[in-house]
Design a protein around this ligand. Sequence first.
Ligand code: UD1
Ligand code: CA
Length: 479
Amino acid sequence: MSSERSAIILAAGLGTRMKSARPKVLHELLGRSLLGHVLRAVKAVGPERQIVVVGAAADQVREHLAEHAPESTTVFQDKQLGTGHAVRIAMEANPDLTGTVIVACGDAPLLRPDTLAELVEVHEKARNGATVLTAEVDDPTGFGRIVRDNEGNVLRNVEHRDADLGELAIREINSGTYAFDADVLREQLARLDTANDQGEEYLTDVLELAREAGHAVGAVVVDDPTEVLGCNDRAQLAALRRILQGRINTELMKSGVTMEDPETVWIDATVKVAPDVLLHPGVQLKGATAVDSGAEIGPDTTLTDTIVGAGAEVVRSHALQAHIGEGAHVGPFAHLRPASKLAEKAKVGAFVETKNAEIGRGAKANHLAYLGDATVGADANIGCGVITANYDGVHKHRTEIGEGAFVGCDTVLVAPVSVGDGAYVAAGSTIVKDVEPGDLAVARARQAALTDWVAKKRPGTVSDKAARRAKGEAGVSEA
Ligand code: UD1
Ligand code: CA
């Protein structure tokens, strides 16, 4: 027996009940497509070849595979003539396959890599011709039922719609995941007929045919029946998401992550969270996000493809492709847009938006600022209401703010412009020329006073009365 392994993943169906322009297997579930989850589980058994059967919206699926699993190949199934037909054409397109062939469904994303590894191990050790992964479920409606003899040997699978009353009562169901010996599979696929309620070639019939041909046929029952759940509509997609979320969160908590309310914490399967991270309620961590130890996030924070350094704090904020340094502080209500890089102990506070901006070590932008296409030196202070005017209507320009610089409140920095190391900018300035290190730049109109303007132009108003009182004029009563 060859030790080679290959995998065939069935993904030709459109998934009509999803009511979507996107094929079902490309719908997203906590950081990966449904198909992506299946491929990841399949990888655990180290297949030399990974063959995906595509059909509906084949171009979209191929494009997705080219990006996320370029090692896989595809076989095109024009019409969906059944799971047996799908596997048959995949085998015909790969006539040299030997050893173990794993078959899995592209729409069953909760299958654990370890479970698949166990299936393959049992199959190969027993030298079975076919081994099916099954589950004992409370409600077997719609699934194929596993028929066993009195000694518990697997006889065959019967589809729900082809089953008699006795068979319908069976609660052991076919998961749709199998390990086959390539030669046995090829041989028995050639013998499939379409004599069933759907008039399709049923892959499931291979079990009975292989047994009749004298090959050993076995089954592995999963411990956790949620692993075999498929996805047919958006309600099921949401149910899968909740189950996977529970798994991910439980694993993270066991590894040392604190979640005050795990029900409200959503973490993609692709995210890394170190021990001793504290996650408050309402946190979403997505994509390639990674959070280092001691960081504290939330409540109500969404981080996508964002790196958070050790001991950093992110409160009620939103970040995409940002890098938050060790011990940095973000929020509440900050918006970090792509290529925002906060160095160690930097501070980006309430209603501050950053984009393509490097904020130096210990630098602070505590309130109401926009820092776009900017470099802020270490320990610089960005006052409330500072704006980098980075866009001239056609091009973007950079603003460079030096180390230890102090930019006063409500300053507009019209890029390209620089504020030198240790320079000061007076509040309310509009800076269009570079400020030299150590200078104070003042760029605002000088204040003028029109003496007693209120008394002349607004006599008798509350302002006038207040002013008169302030000046100690007799005869003005309290308002
Ligand atoms: C199949 C099994 C059933 C099992 C269930 C588990 C058969 C006959 N039945 O039923 O015993 O309990 O899975 O979920 O195999 N596909 C193709 N090409 C086709 C037909 C299907 O690629 O011609 C793909 C579908 O896109 C899907 C997968 O195969 O990803 C399963 O097909 P589906 O029609 O959903 O099979 P079930 O009726 O659910
Ligand atoms: Ca199905």
